[in-house]
Design a binder for this molecule. Sequence first.
Ligand code: C2O
Ligand code: CU
Length: 486
Amino acid sequence: MSIRAAALACGLTLLTVACNPAPAARPIAPSSPPVSPTDGGSVRHFDLTAEVATLTVKPGLSIHAWTYNGSVPGPTLRVRAGDVVEVSLHNQLPEGTTLHWHGLAVPNGEDGVAGVTQDPVPPGDSVTYRFLASNPGTFWYHSHQDSASQVDRGLYGALVVDPRDPSRDATDTALVYDEWPLALEEASPPPPNDYSWVADVTFSVNGKTGAAIEPVRVRPGQLARLRLVNAGYFSHFIYLDEAPWRVVALDGHEVTDGPATDEAVAVGPGERVDVEFTAPDHPMWLRLLDGMPPAADIIVPVVPEGAVVPVAGPAFARRGIVDLATYPARASDSPWPVGGVAKRIFTLNLSQAAAGHPTPSLDQTLYEINGKQFPNTGTLDVAPGDLVQITFVNHTRMDHPMHLHGHFFQLLAIDGRPPAGVIVKDTVVVGAGQTVSIGFRADNPGWWMLHCHELYHARGGMMVLLRYLGSPRLAQLGGVFHDQPD
Ligand code: C2O
Ligand code: CU
């Protein structure tokens, strides 16, 4: 019986017998397939409750945040390679939400993208995600329903996969950079569908700014590893006073042969850079080279265990930025064979158009791929096993950090030249005016997002779907659950 017929029958019998209404539609949930640990790993269960909380960002500044378990970032989920990660998401927010595992090549049904792989989890509901953490690395998780605003409000956290063998690092700290929209400070949260509120921001690291930033504790003479994660929408250029460091992983892929440098590392939206240095016996400060004024508030003390945290000294002289085109770091897990020839080649022209407004602002600018906005950007069709090459041509005057779900790729060329090293990533910043080519093997069937991780650009249209021929699409945009990935 159709819903209409059920309602009619119901109406006719209303006065005489109790009526069973048509069953409400059930949201499509992650498929949560059974999967076994490998290499002696175990099943690690976590509960994440998405809930509203008021957080103190620095003395005198409180924010109405959306959180996991009451904190921003949410808890750092730490597992070992070979473990099965099982996460139950409990939604206590006023809106539907999802969890996406940024940088992990999970099965399509676990990818957490509203309107593509599942429906948002309605308020009051719970779902469980399950996947194997096969490789060590720094990853992160965040909502992928209305993600431009949900991530901005605080729905993100780090996920660290340690190697099976205990780390030789003396200390190991995840630092998640972001920015808070200051409108969240007001008593009444900004109305939905008004995005003018995002413009005025303060930067944050692990949710805090200024004097509230927690120090990183190190052991003098021993190696210290920092896992720098960018959950925000601005690129950051991060450097450490005095000590040279080495880049040891990019987007969760270990690299070797990265020379020591005292230059800053660039961490674009969605990217992760792991650095390692020998800890000195006195305090140092981790700072931003960014030109924007809020950067001055982001100084992380790096302090020997047990020592008092002094106020920051003066910044060291301005320095350069590590250039991935010339840094000779080598990843060992390249997804692109030497001399590989692409079976499928796509060119994505990134451009921008004002939506007929005299002064385009965040909510009025349209971002395009090949002259179209999502969901009209079509699909990039591949078959399992194909070698796929994608070239991004950035016609705009801003950077676009392009992120591919479900796969990792090798950087094949930047402005036509292969990089010096072997660089494997899931997110690549395509600079203003730049052309960047990436390559990967299509080895994870499903429908996968490829989008700008400045999530307001994604919402403005800069998204496209990678589609495996023969794979079903698990969820649709819109509908009763208002599926909207960005
Ligand atoms: Cu970090 Cu489509 O996501
Ligand atoms: Cu962009």
